[in-house]
Write a protein that binds this ligand. Structure first.
Ligand code: ZN
Length: 191
């Protein structure tokens, strides 16, 4: 089932999300719906608050990026990418040289900005069977993970933009929060 994506301005996007238990009702179906919703909207990642749940869960698929690009620089060191669901993730550490990438977000349509992030991230998380993992990710995969992880901490990529630039974006952001935008996927304004 395709779920509507919560637009910028909703309070759920600013919440520090809560961990979930293995018996969380309908978790399997929820993750399945998140995959479907992410692919339908051409996203490479989707976090639970973006579908109006304040829980520590996100899905991502960096393999989609490699399917359409030549692995040429350090940003693509993680080829061929991964597809994975992360439950109750915690960042253990970040590392490597910071690099800039032009990011976007399904909750903030039609806005893209350069964001600087570390090259790698080490994460402790549970898989769909609630098995524990600690793993280090690099390149684009690490970037998507850090973007989605920010979501479950109530943070958005535009928070990294310099104040002057953010001021210039304010009109567009206000429009999004009022539903005044055209997107080819289903969105909801939330509260
Ligand atoms: Zn996002």
């Amino acid at each position: 089932m395709i779920l509507p994506i919560v637009a910028y301005g909703a309070t759920v996007l600013r919440k520090v999300c809560k961990p979930i238990e293995a018996n969380y009702e309908g978790l399997g179906k929820l993750i399945e719906d998140m995959w479907e919703t992410m692919y339908e909207s051409n996203g490479v990642g989707l976090a639970a608050p973006q579908i109006n749940r304040d829980i520590r869960l996100f899905v991502m698929d960096s393999a989609q990026i490699f399917a359409n690009s030549e692995p040429e620089d350090e940003a693509y060191s993680d080829a061929p990418g991964i597809k994975r669901a992360f439950i109750n993730p915690q960042i253990i550490e970040t590392g490597g040289k910071e690099w800039i990438y032009n990011e976007g977000c399904l909750s903030i349509p039609k806005i893209r900005e350069d964001v600087s992030r570390p090259e790698s991230v080490t994460l402790a998380y549970l898989d769909e069977q609630f098995k524990e993992h600690t793993e280090t990710f690099h390149g684009i995969t690490a970037r998507i993970i850090m973007h989605e992880y920010d979501h479950i901490e109530g943070k958005l990529f535009i928070d990294y933009i310099k104040p002057l630039k953010k001021k210039l974006l304010q009109g567009k952001l206000n429009d999004i929060s009022k539903g005044k935008m055209r997107v080819d996927y289903k969105m909801t304004l939330g509260k």
